[in-house]
Design a protein around this ligand. Structure first.
Ligand SMILES: Nc1ncnc2c1ncn2[C@@H]1O[C@H](COP(=O)(O)OP(=O)(O)OP(=O)(O)O)[C@@H](O)[C@H]1O
Ligand SMILES: [Mg+2]
Length: 259
């Protein structure tokens, strides 16, 4: 029997809320726990790749080639970077051109199922996708392809209020909002009332408490690790523990394991 593969998109229309940071750490955390993981960088800024220490000089072929390529055999293999033990990275390039390409298609609902169909044969347990901000054709396609969504929310009033836009986006796409599997409050500052108030506001907004993880603190070491091309598992024990607790939730929320 073939293994089940679960695909999570780390998504928020809002920029700078921690999508790439959280995608990278969930992917690496799962890999450290023994799962076989593919991280797909879907954002033109390539932050997820950079946070793992890879620049555009480290890759020639990318997700773009899979979108425009005509089902060449072994193409996916040529695009993959072995990023860490158990963790492969599919980098991205020319995201604007990918959007243009997808615009031409009559329907994007199944486009990634088709373009990424070889992924199934690599035996991954999890595919984690780091999305760019805002609505786009690529994000439309990713939202259709993902089994579940992980939503980082920065603990700042404007970001908390903007969570409604994600629900709207899903409903405009005719996708059920129960695809949202986890909401990760990010950049929590224990010392400020503002952060605590915004966490309370988010709790009110998210009717189902079950979706919320523990907040990730704002910590300079998290940003520093990213700049060095390392994850906190290689750089900062305290943050590592916090991300591991989120990884555990991801495993328990594994969409395909639910009845
Ligand atoms: N908990 C945190 N503590 C400190 N810095 C953080 C934290 N989370 C993210 N950052 C930093 O904040 C910045 C934005 O984070 P990140 O790039 O992950 O956000 P994003 O949502 O992916 O942004 P974009 O919308 O541009 O893709 C980065 O410099 C990152 O290192
Ligand atoms: Mg990002």
């Amino acid at each position: 029997m073939s293994k089940k593969m679960t695909k999570f998109a780390v998504f928020n229309n809002k920029g700078g809320v921690g999508k790439s940071t959280i995608a990278v750490h969930i992917a690496h955390g799962l890999a450290l726990d023994g799962y076989k993981v593919l991280l797909i960088d879907m954002d033109g800024q390539n932050d997820a790749s950079l946070f793992l220490g890879f620049t555009s000089q480290d890759y020639k072929k990318t997700f773009y080639d899979l979108i425009v390529g005509r089902n060449k055999t072994r193409l996916l293999e040529e695009c993959l970077i072995h990023a860490r033990d158990n963790l492969d990275l599919l980098p991205s390039s020319y995201v604007d051109r990918i959007n243009t390409e997808l615009f031409r298609l009559p329907s994007i609902n199944l486009v990634l199922e088709e373009k990424l169909k070889d992924v199934e044969s690599f035996g991954y347990d999890f595919v984690i996708m780091d999305c760019g901000p805002q609505r786009s054709k690529v994000n439309d396609a990713v939202l259709c392809y993902a089994d579940g969504l992980i939503i980082p929310v920065q603990l700042q009033a404007a970001s908390v209020r903007a969570v409604g836009n994600i629900y709207e986006y899903l409903s405009d796409m005719r996708l059920n909002t129960d695809r949202i599997k986890l909401i990760v409050p990010n950049m929590f500052d224990q010392r400020t009332n503002d952060s605590k108030e915004n966490l309370a506001l988010l709790k009110e907004f998210v009717s189902n408490d079950h979706l919320l993880t523990e907040p990730i603190p704002r910590r300079v070491k998290i940003a520093e690790a990213g700049k060095l091309g390392k994850t906190v598992f290689e750089y900062d024990d305290e943050s590592a523990q916090q991300f591991l607790s989120i990884v555990k939730k991801v495993i328990s929320r594994n969409a395909r394991e639910e009845p």
